[in-house]
Write a protein that binds this ligand. Structure first.
Ligand code: SF4
Length: 649
């Protein structure tokens, strides 16, 4: 232990969960800093137990520490009890690895996975002793960077971030390190801070907000101009072509205290071609890139040996779609042989006979229940959102679950979807009732939990033009569902707070003007807004009013085809006309089957990676295909299973 540890240690007996701040996990590193090395502080703007398992940060932590010209450490948002003590004693934010002051690093890089963590980002920068606004920083301050799914619309944070990384980080961190290393070697001169930012803006996948200027006409955003001829007009995301080149993490961190997803995680593929229209992750992570099965097997074997975990999760957006998943799982289980038994978790399973069958083999404990994600209550609504599941498919999956010994089933839905009617909302109750009835044939007290999340339209999805439901409308639909299920024995309904959904909506599609609102909410004490006990809608609405911004205009208004969107100068690889056509298809209730079994739709994602049609040439699974956009009556129509802990309700 070194750095600030002697000052931090005496405070830890006065805070909840002190293990959050001590580091020393299995796999943790204590890198040697040196003047000729670029020091990264990788940050997650939420508590340790939520941030530690983040695979993106763990991958970059290892890649950077393997480089001779870089070091990387980690930090997480201190809970407010420690924050108060740090401020009282004048101690800055610190890394958990060597307890070094955050301001001593060259790059402070955040992973942004949820909009409600934005105020925590500002708080952490401030706690580091760094000006929260990029324009107020000097060459002596760290560069404040961000990556992760939320950065596909970074404009609400544009005034606070020096640089943003779009897409996969594995390769681009090396290029950023080289640019910043050159700047350091030059005594951080390179024409002051502007010089290094201009150089970074020329790295593919790096967006430097200060090099771009939004143009407004009245309330409308009418363009985004570059401030320099040296920066690209359109910033493209980075995509690694071959996952096999990056078998990370090799030494997954093993925490000393309880965290979410506390198991070995091995990513089996990245990207998704199912085309669920509400799903930003599925759109922005295209194209699909599978890790070779042999590498998955060796990563699992090495990972289990190094970490001591007895459970491994094969992660992706839809793991049962991995080529040869059955053989892979069998191999992993067989490899354990007569040794200690291991549990294999598939967090996103297809629910057909295979999906439930494989879950039955793998799940030793039935108590946890299975989670199915039909997402909407009627077939019409599911065509709109392109979640092409028929009732009979869901019922046969539920039947398989109950008949194989499960007693609890969780159904996950969204409400507030485009074109949604009360019939669609009541369809959720009908599905739940029928699932309980199916369960009664197998168990005396079947339990079906309905979890409902409010829909937030996201950038780079076909629903990016949709006007989000108001808080009142979402609450009315939730009440309708509660009333309809009130007398249904065995059915419980849980829901996400519609007020939080509204704030997520403002951040999700907000423009640069929203930054002032985030700063005001933070200055008024609004941290940890994703925590129920800390969330306060009035802080947000008051700040919107203070800055003359209308929440309705940002969230509830439909956008037109010609409207300039705040992220139009960024690219997730998808053609905008593909997204627009998919939006029109949604309104026409036309589904668009998975492109791995159909001709390519030319969405744009595969272009340039020498992998065009690589999935489309594969053979569909036995039992039929999903048919065409007009004919969706085939027998193989999958749904996904999520483990209960993966559902964000
Ligand atoms: S480019 Fe074609 S094959 Fe690739 S993800 Fe898009 S639609 Fe599918």
């Amino acid at each position: 232990m070194n750095g600030l540890w002697p000052q931090i240690e005496p405070l830890l007996s006065r805070v909840s969960k002190p293990a959050r701040y001590i580091g020393m996990e299995g796999g943790a590193q204590q890198p040697q800093h040196a003047p000729d090395k670029v020091a990264w502080l990788l940050a997650y703007p939420d508590t340790y137990e939520i941030g530690l398992p983040n695979q993106g940060l763990q991958i970059l932590y290892e890649i950077l520490n393997e480089r001779p010209d870089a070091v990387a450490e980690r930090t997480y948002a201190p809970w407010h009890d420690l924050e108060e003590l740090l401020r009282e004693h004048g101690i800055p934010l610190f890394s958990v690895d060597t307890h070094r002051s955050a301001a001593d690093f060259d790059i402070f890089g955040f992973n942004l996975s949820a909009e409600l963590t934005y105020t925590n980002l500002l708080n952490m920068v401030d706690l580091a002793g760094v000006p929260v606004r990029a324009a107020d920083r000097t060459a002596s301050h760290p560069l404040i960077a961000a990556g992760g799914h939320c950065t596909y619309n970074p404009e609400p944070l544009a005034d606070f971030l020096d640089l943003v990384v779009l897409g996969d980080g594995e390769e681009v961190v090396a290029e950023i390190t080289e640019v910043v290393g050159g700047w350091k070697a030059d005594g951080r001169r390179l024409g002051d801070r502007t010089g290094v930012l201009r150089a970074l803006a020329q790295v593919e996948g790096v967006y430097v907000p200060s090099m771009y200027r939004p143009v407004y006409s009245g309330v409308d955003l009418v363009g985004i101009e570059t401030c320099s001829r040296e920066v690209p007009e359109l910033v493209e995301k980075r995509t690694i072509a071959d996952l096999a080149d990056f078998p990370y993490p090799k030494q997954q961190l093993v925490p000393l205290t309880e965290v979410v997803h506390d198991r070995l995680n091995v990513e089996v593929f990245r990207g998704c071609t199912r085309g669920c229209r509400f799903c930003q992750a599925g759109m922005i992570t295209r194209p699909v890139r599978e890790r070779p099965a042999e590498q998955v097997r060796s990563m699992v074997a090495d990972g289990l040996r190094r970490t001591g975990y007895d459970e491994v999760s094969l992660t992706s957006l839809s793991t049962a779609d991995y080529s040869g998943i059955e053989a892979l799982v069998t191999d992993i289980v067989d490899a354990a042989g007569d040794g200690p038994s291991i549990t294999v978790a598939l967090p996103s399973l297809r629910v057909d006979a295979f999906g439930v069958g494989i879950a039955t083999q793998l799940q030793h404990a039935r108590r946890a229940g299975l989670t199915f994600a039909p997402e909407a209550g009627t077939w019409r609504m599911r065509q709109v959102i392109n979640k092409l599941i028929r009732e009979e498919d869901l019922y046969s999956a539920v039947e398989a679950a109950f008949s194989n010994g499960w007693r609890r089933v969780k159904l996950y839905f969204l409400t507030g979807l485009p074109t949604e009617t009360d019939e669609d909302t009541l369809g959720i109750a009908e599905l739940a009732r029928n699932c309980v009835e199916i369960g009664r044939a197998h168990t005396r007290n079947p339990s079906v939990t309905v979890s409902v999340g409010g829909f937030v339209p996201k950038p780079f999805t076909p629903f990016q033009w949709f006007g989000q439901n108001t808080v009142e409308e979402l609450q009315r639909k939730i009440n309708l569902l509660r009333d309809a299920t009130r007398r249904m024995h065995g059915v419980q309904v849980k829901w996400h707070d519609p007020k939080a959904t509204q704030v997520e909506g403002i951040m999700s599609r907000g423009d640069r003007r929203v930054g002032a609102v985030i700063e005001t909410v933070w200055r008024n004490g609004g941290t940890f807004q994703e925590w129920n006990e800390r969330f306060d809608l009035s802080l947000w609405l008051d700040a919107m009013a203070e800055h003359g911004l209308d929440p309705d205009w940002y969230t509830h208004r439909h956008r037109t085809e010609t409207e300039v969107l705040p992220w139009d100068h960024l690219s997730a690889g998808l053609h905008k006309d593909f997204l627009w056509q998919d939006w029109r298809d949604a309104l026409a209730e036309v589904g668009l089957p998975d492109c791995r079994w159909t001709p390519c739709y030319d969405c744009g994602a595969c272009t340039g990676y020498s992998i065009e049609h690589i999935v489309a040439s594969a053979t569909p699974p036995a039992g039929g295909s999903q048919g065409t956009g007009q004919d969706l009556s085939s027998t193989w129509v999958p749904v996904s299973i999520r483990s209960a802990e993966d559902v964000p309700v």
